[in-house]
Structure formats: structure tokens, C-alpha cells
Design a protein. Structure first.
Length: 188
């Protein structure tokens, strides 16, 4: 089992969730809208407790070291979902941290049967817009170097690699490598 994860990153954060916002559900990338139009009409919203069962299902299909129910419950206000009718297709956890000037993407997961349809793009676009509206100057994230699909996704949304982080674990002598990636909202 991999020991390093977005969860370790989350542990380092100062959580400062604000109240939920209403999302502009009709905005988003053209590509997403075109692809989604051929399927059910998908939208983005915040999670509620009732969604956690489906979120956990995606989490367990997606990560080898999944968060449990109580992790998601603690992050409830920070979870964005893509859904249609009663079905959830993907989720993203985004927080404000570092004295309310830096946002962070903690994790994003899309159901394996619904990938490559623009769902993660839609989640990120909504989360980034929300963080910018809350006054964040930039957004950072940490991603395992092996997660090339996610790295491509983040690059597509404008994130740049700012650091390589190598972590060693004494208990099982294993190593993990991560990229820190950052997106600046301000032009400088
Ligand atoms: C990474 C992940 C969230 C992408 O979700 P998705 O809904 O399939 O992503 P999108 O359809 O919005 O794709 C957006 C871009 O990401 C990149 N991408 C996504 N899947 C890819 C793949 N299989 N191969 C290469 N690039 C890929 C592409 O640049 C893509 O743009 P394009 O379709 O114009 O080429 C999804 O694959 C996933 O849940 N992976 C496991 C969890 C994970 O790695 N999370 C990130 C770390 S917390």
C-alpha cells in the first residue's frame, strides 16, 4: 500500500472553509459542455452527508489509501461534486489555507467508468473560480509523480511544477516522489 498521499498533504493544512457558495452551474469549458450534452445533463454542487456513500465508492475505486467516511465528513463544505440526477461521477476537495491567501486542491477523483469526459476539468474550473472569488492569490497542490493523467490535467488548467518532493518512510523503508504544482491568479 502506498503511504504517501493527498491525505498527508491535507494533514499539513490549516483548514479555513467558508460558507458554501452557489455555483454558476451553466458555465464551464466548451469541450465539457459538448461531451456532456450527449449524455445526462451534469452539474456541479457542494456535497452533503447524503452524498458520502457514493463519494466513498469512487474514492475506494480510485485510491490505494482511501480516505474514510469521517475524513470526508470533516471536509464536507470543501467537497465539489459533478452529478446528474441521483448519480455522482466525480468529486474534488479544495480548501483555503496559508492565512487565506492560498488555495489548495487536496484531491480529485472521477469514477473509472466516466473518465475522459471532462468531469475533472469541470470540477477544477469550478473550484478554481470559487477560490479566486474568495480572494486567494494562488492555488497549490501536491501530486504523486506517477499520476501522469492528473499531472496532464493540472497542466491543462494552467498549473506549473514548482518543486519536486522526495519522501522516505522509516517504517517500511519505502520512498515516494511528488510534484508541487502551483497556479497564480495574479499576472505576476
Ligand atoms: C486524473 C483524473 C481525475 C482525470 O479525470 P477525468 O474526468 O478523466 O479528466 P478530464 O476528462 O477532465 O481530462 C482533462 C485532461 O486531463 C488529461 N487526462 C485525463 N485522463 C487522461 C489519460 N487517461 N491520459 C492522458 N491524459 C489524460 C488530459 O490532458 C485531458 O485533456 P484532454 O481530454 O483534452 O486530452 C482521473 O483520471 C482520476 O480520477 N484518476 C485517479 C485519481 C487521481 O489521480 N487523482 C489526482 C491526484 S489526487
Amino acid at each position: 500500500m502506498r503511504k504517501a498521499s493527498c491525505w498527508r498533504y491535507r494533514e499539513r493544512m490549516w483548514w479555513c472553509s467558508g460558507p458554501s457558495e452557489n455555483f454558476a452551474l451553466t458555465t464551464g469549458s466548451e469541450a465539457w459542455r459538448t461531451r456532456a450534452a450527449t449524455k445526462k445533463a451534469m452539474s456541479v454542487r457542494h456535497a452533503t452527508k447524503d452524498d458520502l456513500e457514493q463519494v466513498l465508492e469512487i474514492e475506494e475505486l480510485t485510491f490505494s489509501d482511501p480516505w474514510g467516511y469521517y475524513n470526508f465528513q470533516a471536509a464536507l463544505e470543501d467537497i465539489f461534486l459533478v452529478f446528474a440526477e441521483q448519480e455522482i461521477y466525480g468529486f474534488l476537495v479544495a480548501v483555503c489555507c496559508h492565512r487565506d491567501t492560498r488555495g489548495a486542491i487536496v484531491k480529485v477523483g472521477v469514477h473509472p467508468e466516466h473518465r475522459r469526459q471532462g468531469i475533472a476539468t469541470r470540477l477544477l474550473e469550478t473550484a478554481l473560480r470559487t477560490l479566486q472569488n474568495k480572494g486567494m492569490l494562488d492555488v497549490c497542490l501536491i501530486v504523486e509523480i506517477t499520476r501522469q493523467q492528473a499531472i496532464q490535467l493540472y497542466k491543462k488548467l494552467g498549473f506549473k511544477i514548482t518543486k519536486i518532493i522526495n519522501m522516505s518512510y522509516e517504517d517500511d523503508m519505502s520512498d515516494d516522489s511528488f510534484y508541487e504544482m502551483k497556479l497564480n491568479f495574479s499576472p505576476n
